[in-house]
Design a protein around this ligand. Structure first.
Ligand SMILES: [Zn+2]
Length: 150
């Protein structure tokens, strides 16, 4: 397993994501991100790996899927480059890349590709997870998984 990295600042500021609401279903995912780990769920009954996090397996409806640390590796399924977005937290990050990444374990994740020229991103490109971390006022870290070229 590769070691997930924190994103190093490039010329553009990172998107300032609004803080997520960690429900009982998504808590494992967000706590993993805070530790610098990409956490997915695997069904204990049929073995399906799923994302987004749910209380049941979306394939066989078995309860209590287990959480595990994913490899963090994937490939770009598709992407778009946003050149203009006036929303606070996003305007300063333009141009930025929104992408669907096919994870090595199977699920497809909507994310950002960062730390590279947006013109260098391509479908099928190998990428690896990294984390944009924001310190919170309670001492915990809030982190958003993003991807960088592998
Ligand atoms: Zn299942």
């Amino acid at each position: 397993m590769s070691t997930p990295a924190n994103v190093t600042p490039d010329a553009r500021p990172a998107i300032k994501h609004p803080a997520p609401h960690a429900s009982w279903e998504t808590r494992g995912y967000w706590e993993g991100a805070g530790r610098g780990e990409l956490v997915l769920q695997r069904c204990r009954s049929c073995g399906t790996v799923q994302h987004r996090p749910r209380g049941v397996c979306a394939t066989c409806l078995a309860g209590e899927p287990e959480h595990f640390v994913a490899s963090g590796r994937g490939t770009v399924y598709t992407f778009t480059v946003t050149n203009q977005n006036m929303a606070a937290g996003f305007a300063e990050a333009c141009p930025y890349v929104m992408a669907y990444v096919d994870l090595e374990e199977g699920p497809r994740l909507l994310t950002n590709i960062v730390d590279c020229d947006p013109d260098s991103v391509s479908i099928g490109m190998a990428v690896v997870v990294a984390f944009v971390t924001t310190e919170r006022d309670d001492g915990e870290a809030f982190a958003v998984p993003v991807f960088i070229p592998a």
